[in-house]
Ligand binder design. Structure first.
Ligand SMILES: [Zn+2]
Length: 413
């Protein structure tokens, strides 16, 4: 692999304080040398002969994004415009719809998955976790399709595939299919609302954990059940996680109940999630109470972001634009000052940020993976608040995307 030298990239180096409050992000131009997919030097005026040179022209260098909840296997993205059908029977409306829709989409499902993966890479994601339907109509075909689609981008993105019983593990009786999907190489066991869908919380969760233990993998479960019902399921899942020695290997996607609880109830639940090291993924919904993302982070529960959909039979709205999502998160939690805007990036980058909480430059360091973005921005706070465009995406040390439109306007092409 050829080495890559990024010249004149803007790096965040610290904060300027006024009355002990960070009011400005300090930045400086650096060169960054990348070899064999890793950052090997960060300095001024690096000279290295045998390499490709990328002139950053003062663009801001930031850690790449991780898309932690998406369904690349069932999308309208890349196809003709189609709005969603009205909901007439709750979540079951969609499940019934899928019985006809997904077999009909099968001939072009891989092509659309590839279009979506390509788009997500252009939006700065170098890692994608995709949930993948395993249901009585589709069987494990979507697992194959998703693996094939990701194979086309092997040198550009790392990925995880969640075997997802969208029609219910018990309700649609797909236990053998999920076990088969895990043998085929799915990397996580999925799940969905053990109460509303499977109507048997204990059996549903026990079986999910049993499959995780058999396959030696973790779990990522959709739980939309609200309020105390969702909380009850979280308690059960945390208990099973500890019993099965899966601490640190379980994610709850959406975890909507966390947006409904307050005070002592929320505190107690967060402590239990913490003990089992269960993390949470959110789309930052604005059509219902958003889960308390900053509170969760401050209390030890990592939160990641995902788009879930970019336009499909569930929602016509997703964009795949994580700068926009971070901006939405900042707006939702009223982050308007330099410091709180600056601290948002971690939710989309697996926790990686250029500055520590106290303003020391901690990234990038020698040995870090070279998954980085360049943006047309003066600092990350501005990038988020003003939704500044990504100009380059570097994954595993190689340039995988260049935003020709933005660069052409600047005349730097
Ligand atoms: Zn989902």
């Amino acid at each position: 692999m050829k080495s890559l030298l990024i010249k004149n990239a803007l790096l965040e180096t610290g904060f300027t304080y006024e009355n002990s409050r960070a009011v400005h992000t300090e930045t400086e131009l650096f060169d960054v040398l990348i070899q064999d997919g890793k950052i090997t030097e960060v300095g001024k005026d690096i000279q290295f002969l045998d390499c490709e040179v990328l002139e950053a022209n003062g663009k801001l260098l930031m850690p790449a994004f991780r898309e932690m909840h998406i369904h690349v296997d069932k999308t309208y993205f890349g196809g003709p415009w189609k709005a969603c059908k009205p909901i007439t029977n709750g979540i079951l409306t969609r499940i019934e719809e899928e019985q006809i829709l997904l077999p009909a989409q099968l001939p072009f499902a891989q092509e659309r998955a590839e279009t979506m993966i390509k788009w997500l890479i252009s939006q700065g994601h170098t890692h994608i976790r995709s949930h993948c339907n395993v249901d009585p109509q589709i069987g494990t075909k979507h697992i194959e399709i998703t693996q094939e689609a990701f194979n086309q981008f092997e040198d550009q993105v790392t990925y995880e595939i969640v075997a997802f019983p969208q029609h219910g593990l018990l309700r649609s009786n797909v236990e053998p299919l999920i076990r088969e999907a895990m043998r085929m190489g799915a990397t996580l066991v999925g799940g969905l609302d053990p109460s509303v869908i499977d109507r048997d919380i204990d059996r549903s969760l026990n079986l999910t954990m049993d499959i995780a233990v058999e396959s030696g993998k973790g779990i990522d479960m959709h739980i939309h059940d609200p309020n105390s019902l969702g909380a009850f399921e979280f308690y059960k899942l945390a208990e099973l996680t500890k019993q099965a020695n899966k601490v640190g290997q379980v994610t709850i996607s959406h975890a909507i109940a966390l947006g409904d609880l307050q005070g002592k109830e929320l505190e107690e639940l967060v402590a239990v999630l913490n003990e089992a090291k269960i993390d949470v993924t959110s789309t930052v919904p604005i059509n219902r109470p958003t889960i308390p993302i900053p509170y969760l982070h401050e209390n030890g529960v990592p939160v990641s972001l995902g788009h879930d959909s970019l336009t499909d039979h569930w929602s016509p709205f997703g964009t795949g634009d994580t700068v926009e999502k971070l901006s939405m998160l900042a707006q939702r939690f009223k982050f308007i000052d330099e410091y709180s805007l600056n601290r948002c990036w971690k939710y989309a980058s697996g926790g990686i940020m250029p500055l520590s909480d106290t303003g020391e430059r901690v990234w990038p360091q020698k040995g870090d993976l070279a998954n980085v973005l360049l943006l047309d921005a003066v600092c990350s706070a501005q990038a988020i608040a003003r939704q500044r465009p990504i100009t380059h995406v570097i994954s595993k040390g190689s340039l995988v995307y260049k935003n020709e439109d933005v660069l052409m306007k600047e005349g730097t092409k």
